[in-house]
Design a protein around this ligand. Structure first.
Ligand SMILES: *Cc1c(COP(=O)(O)O)cnc(C)c1O
Length: 358
């Protein structure tokens, strides 16, 4: 018996996607981004599948600690850095690379006098306006940081793109130019490209690339799927039918009765809902595979169930297999139907979904 809701993770696909990065960026070192529980796929599982990368990147220090405690000896960069001296001490203890993006962090570094203990990535805000020093502050930040005994030299340099998934937005080239100009005189290694940079902006590929979503086989671009880019999706989400029933014209389905049968309808109830991470905002008509064939979602997604119109599958019965995304049903398409991006879907898988490693 299969579980009611389960995700199959094809870990060989991770290696395939990593090979794709190596093919596109053969001279770059790879910092594999595995924040947010490996984009919902499981932090340690994904780290294991990527164990030969040059570095991992996580968002928070506790994710770095988990990797160290599990025995990973790769470099680990913590993208949000630290905000107090206790947190800085954790970076030293676990030998995590720190992203330095604000003056308070430099104050904390300057206050310690050990020698060359901490690798740092000085972050330029080249236009994202989130973390990082603005262009006009950057040189001063560099000079201050350089004076800190604690840091290993040379200082590594990074920036992050705001809109690289839109190949027509001139902003990305401006960010690349800004970064290149401001870092030209410094000896450290450089890093700009996220997944969209790796695949769409060859001039953003420098000493280090930082792919995230593409490693999971997902396209960073709205208009193409991972498969069309030569990637292999890692996660598939499955469930099964638990009821099939005949409804009459005028019957309404589910909470709020948001869908009403215009004609006699064969309804299928699928044992998965937003309590599993299936998006509640998936619109009516979102495709679902029942017995490998597309049928439309009808009614509202509820916590444990969703409903589909089985008009094209009159013989479907309880127990039949259902795929919510996976082979034949790209997650990118489901994300569009739900008004979101695939990142939120994979990150949103909840703990009650059983994971099956393939
Ligand atoms: C999340 C993140 C990445 C990876 O982004 P993808 O779009 O998933 O490739 C790279 N760099 C930084 C700073 C990030 O926060």
């Amino acid at each position: 018996m299969t579980p009611a809701a389960y995700a199959v993770l094809n870990l060989d696909a991770v290696q395939h996607n990593l090979a794709k990065v190596r093919q596109v960026a053969p001279r770059a070192k790879i910092m594999a981004v595995i924040k947010a529980n490996g984009y919902g796929h499981g932090l340690l599982r994904i780290a294991e599948a990527l164990r030969d990368v040059d570095a991992f990147a996580v968002a928070r220090v506790d994710e770095g600690i988990r990797l160290r405690k599990a025995g990973f000896q790769n470099r680990i960069a913590v993208l949000e850095g630290f905000t107090c001296s206790e947190e800085l001490a954790v970076f030293l203890r676990y030998q995590l690379d720190a992203v330095v993006h604000c003056d308070l962090q430099i104050d904390l570094l300057a206050a310690r006098n050990e020698h060359e203990q901490l690798a740092v990535w000085l972050k330029l805000d080249s236009g994202m306006n989130r973390l990082g020093f603005k262009a006009k502050e950057f040189a001063a930040a560099y000079r201050r940081l350089e004076q800190c005994q604690l840091i290993k030299s040379p200082i590594n340099l990074m920036t992050h793109f705001a809109n690289a998934d839109d190949k027509n937005d001139p902003k990305t080239q401006q960010q690349i130019d800004c970064f290149n100009t401001l870092t030209a005189d410094y000896p450290g290694e450089r890093s700009m490209a996220n997944s969209a940079g790796v695949l769409g902006w060859p001039t953003s590929i420098t000493d280090w690339v930082r792919p995230g979503v593409l490693l999971y086989g997902i396209s960073p671009f709205a208009e193409v799927t991972g498969e069309q880019l030569g990637l292999k999706p890692v996660m598939e989400l499955h469930s099964r039918l638990i009821a099939v029933k005949q409804l009459e014209q005028g019957d309404s389905v589910g909470y709020s009765g948001s869908w009403t049968c215009e004609h006699p309808t064969t309804l299928g109830v699928v044992a998965i809902g937003y309590g599993d991470g299936y998006p509640r905002y998936a619109k009516i008509g979102t495709p679902v595979l029942v017995n490998g064939q597309r049928v439309p979602l009808i009614g509202r997604v509820s916590m444990d169930m969703l409903t589909v119109d089985l008009a094209t599958q009159p013989h479907a019965k309880p127990g039949d297999p259902v795929t919510l995304w996976g082979n034949g049903l790209p997650i990118e398409e489901i994300a569009q139907c739900a008004g979101t991006i695939p990142y939120t879907l994979v990150c949103g898988i909840t703990p009650r979904v059983q994971i099956i490693e393939d």
